[in-house]
Design a protein. Structure first.
Lengths: 449, 343
């Protein structure tokens, strides 16, 4: 469909979109750069297209997965039946870095733990989708989905009419609906706020974007105070009550009186107010354990255990370094495997065996032997490739993944499509924005053509 | 409205206004030099130092520069990153404040502010500056005026709007008074000057042009430039949008729109002081001011404006959200960056 477009015209459109993103400040901050440089998240004009049938299948698979994850979280913070029934060894739960003892036996509003999930999907050589990770804490990137679509609509309006692409722009409404749904009981018109770490956070643009789209206040920790186990925001007219917090700060920093005492981003007393049921949080405290890469290994078993179903979208084959047989295999095959630390994200704490130097491999060998609980390994999956516009050349294949966004409120909805990230460097498999990744618009079609 | 947000909107407008006014001051003074003859170092310093004084940053200036040469002063006022009130720094701070309240301002406003920010920091800005400072100042002034127009045309007239108006007019009143004070050394300490030289007349007309007041002034007083008329016009004119009276009146009504208290009454210190200052400007004459000494009067005027600013802060903001002590700031910044590094 891009054939009718001349190379110059294509380059023009691309340039004008880049410029628009920069002018609108649709950027992320580059860390470790004292100039406070902001970069745009490079955008590739060639959309990724997903036919209706394929999407329906993904949707079912994702809903199945998040349903099981929420049941799992409710279970391990209460009866721990899954442990008692021997499906997951107790050792793994107790040693999980993000297991929050403070939350045991606490009933979260409506029993929902993960309200917003950004599951990373990849496709292997055979084209089959697999889940790479779940991201049940504060997944980011959805603002790029919305902005990429706007940019594409401006540049190629005719294509949308002729092809039939499902819209994504009701995401903020769905999000707000969910946030209002989880408000403490007895509050007819709840005040919802978005809690951001602040302007230096890489996702700050997204925080303001979503707050604006939902028409809610964006607050920092210092804007909130807790009195009498209730949360208030400081306004020009005095203190105003707050009922629901969409927080984009991780558990550790949320409340210096409970978690990290040096946190300067949190609100002292917030956890107390939360436990008293006067304020609701999305996502709930304690979901980090589901992001532990060792727990990921058990998600297919959770689906069978809680739902009695076979998982629709499988995991990537995974080896646990704390299982003797697996560890032996991992250590013998390091140059072939991808090793990941259980609680790192963003492409950090990772070894890409086939591309790693022997020195790096040795470092990881030692780390795995010192702390096997903290490592998993997976075979190197060659991510599927997708035509991508390349500077100087025309189109070349580049590796991509997909992060759909799931909202879990009164019902569970998946925004059609999601964020397609693309590794812009030839041959690279790393799609993270911090490491040379870009994005594409993702088109879920009404039909199958 | 969140107190922090109100504070950001207030400072965003102040910094935009500040950048524009500094551009005005430097531009007019560079042009003025073209009319002067027999310039030596001493006379240049005599010309430039009062301008540094008028921005209230002479201490910072003397730490960075030995002599008030044109080069040093313009660098200090236009680009110098160490000067937190230079044009480029002011635009940067306006933009940083805007970024914190991105959800409160229109897309068009943000785009324009972001555009001028990117321009001011680019090598292109230096290039334009070297080709001709006037073009450079033109761009800064145009951007500020453009922002003003965009905000009138696109922003909600909500509480945030009135905070930003309060910031804008407080800053403008302050800057107009400082511009008017630039030539005070040529005035007698008290009373009006008997006669003024042609050079001084040029100086006073430069003051008018700094405030975009030349045409408006001429329509009232003709081409005859006299300190008495200039001061009267810039202090008391009711209809000129950069006169101190006009600005204080706008500031006063912005404060009242925030609280809902009608004029003639007050519910906090800021309103009391603003109302009093407006009345004072309404019921004063320029003769009284020259009797007291213009410089002395303007000095007190600026102190009164500061008092209104800090009273408004106490009434609505409560806690200081400005830059914290270095180390805390860095730690906070690091923690902000650690969050959600999943993309």
């Amino acid at each position: 469909m891009f054939e009718s477009l001349g190379a110059d015209e294509f380059a023009d459109k691309r340039h004008s979109i880049d410029l628009a993103f920069l002018r609108q400040g649709i950027t992320f901050n580059v860390y470790g750069d004292s100039q406070g440089t902001e970069r745009i998240f490079p955008f590739d004009l060639v959309p990724r297209v997903i036919p209706a049938k394929e999407w329906e299948f993904l949707e079912r698979g994702l809903v199945q997965r998040i349903t099981a994850l929420n049941l799992f979280l409710r279970d391990i913070y209460h009866e721990q039946k899954i442990v008692k029934d021997g499906v997951i060894p107790a050792f793994y739960i107790l040693s999980a870095k993000h297991f929050r003892r403070e939350c045991v036996n606490f009933n979260v509003p409506k029993d929902i733990y993960i309200h917003i999930c950004g599951t990373d999907l990849i496709r292997g050589d055979d084209g089959a989708y697999m889940v790479l990770e779940d991201n049940g804490r504060c997944p980011s990137g959805v603002s790029y989905v919305l902005e990429n679509r706007r940019a594409m609509k401006r540049s190629f309006p005719a294509m949308f009419e002729s092809i039939g692409v499902r819209p994504v722009d009701d995401y903020p409404q769905e999000l707000l609906k969910m946030l209002q749904y989880i408000a403490p009981p007895g509050v007819p018109d709840p005040t919802v706020v978005l809690l951001t770490p602040g302007v230096y956070n890489s996702a700050y643009f997204e925080h303001t974007y979503l707050a604006r789209q939902m028409g809610i206040e964006i607050v920092e920790g210092r804007d909130l105070v807790v009195a009498d186990a209730r949360v208030f925001m400081r306004t020009t007219k005095g203190l105003q009550p707050v009922h629901v917090i969409y927080r984009r700060i991780e558990d550790d920093f949320l409340d210096p009186t409970v978690f990290r005492r040096d946190s300067m981003l949190g609100v002292p007393g917030l956890v107390n107010a939360y436990r008293a049921g006067h304020v609701s949080l999305a996502n709930s405290i304690g979901t980090g354990i589901a992001d532990d890469k060792v727990m990921y290994y058990f998600v297919p078993r959770m689906i069978k255990y809680y739902l009695g179903q076979e998982p629709l979208i499988p995991n990537v084959p995974t080896y646990l370094a704390s299982e003797e047989a697996d560890k032996k295999y991992i250590l013998e095959n390091l140059p072939k495997l991808v090793v990941k630390a259980a609680n790192e994200s963003g492409g950090y704490g990772m070894l890409m065996g086939p591309q790693a130097s022997s020195k790096d491999i040795e470092i990881f060998r030692q780390r795995i032997e010192a702390d096997p609980r903290n490592y998993i390994a997976q075979p190197m999956i060659s991510l599927s490739r997708h035509p991508t516009h390349v500077e100087g050349a025309a189109f070349e294949g580049r590796h991509i993944d997909l992060r759909p966004y799931i909202i879990c409120g009164e019902k569970t909805t998946v925004a059609p499509g999601g964020l397609t990230r693309v590794a812009l460097r030839p041959g690279s498999l790393v799609v993270n924005s911090s490491q040379g990744g870009g994005s594409k618009d993702t088109w879920v079609l009404y039909g199958d053509e | 409205m969140l107190s922090r947000v109100a504070n950001c909107l207030y400072w965003m407008s102040r910094y935009i206004e500040r950048a524009e006014n500094i551009a005005r001051i430097v531009d007019v003074n560079l042009q003025l030099l073209l009319d002067l003859r027999n310039l030596n170092d001493e006379r240049l310093a005599e010309h430039w130092m009062p301008i540094v004084l008028s921005t209230g940053d002479e201490k910072a200036f003397l730490e960075l520069h030995i002599k008030a040469t044109g080069q040093a002063v313009t660098e200090f006022l236009v680009f110098q990153p160490e000067n937190s009130n230079s044009i480029v720094s002011s635009i940067g701070q306006a933009r940083e404040n805007a970024r914190m309240v991105r959800d409160q301002i229109s897309l068009e406003f943000w785009e324009e502010l972001n555009r001028i920010y990117l321009f001011a920091r680019s090598p292109e800005a230096r290039k334009v500056w070297r080709r001709g400072p006037s073009d450079f100042f033109q761009q800064i002034k145009a951007a500020s005026l453009h922002l003003s127009g965009i905000s009138y045309a696109t922003m909600l007239r909500n509480e945030g709007w009135w905070f930003s108006q309060a910031g804008k007019f407080l800053e403008r009143a302050d800057k107009t008074s400082r511009i008017l004070d630039v030539r005070y050394q040529s005035l007698p300490e008290r009373g009006l000057p008997k006669s003024i030289s042609q050079t001084e007349a040029l100086g006073w007309s430069a003051i008018l042009r700094s405030c975009s007041a030349w045409d408006a002034y001429k329509s009232i007083h003709g081409a005859d430039v006299h300190p008495r008329h200039v001061a009267e016009f810039l202090l008391f004119n009711e209809d000129f949008s950069r006169s101190t009276r006009f600005c204080v009146s706008e500031l006063n009504s912005a404060l009242r729109r925030i609280s809902g208290v009608p004029s003639g009454r007050f519910c906090n210190e800021a309103e009391k002081l603003a109302g009093r200052l407006e009345a004072e400007l309404q019921f004063s004459t320029v003769e009284e001011i020259f009797d007291q000494g213009l410089h002395c009067y303007l000095d007190q005027f600026q102190t009164k404006l500061n008092a209104i600013g800090s009273a408004a802060f106490d009434a609505y903001i409560f806690q200081d959200f400005g830059p914290e002590a270095g180390e805390m700031m860095i730690q906070q910044e690091e923690q902000q960056q650690q969050q959600g590094a999943d993309s």
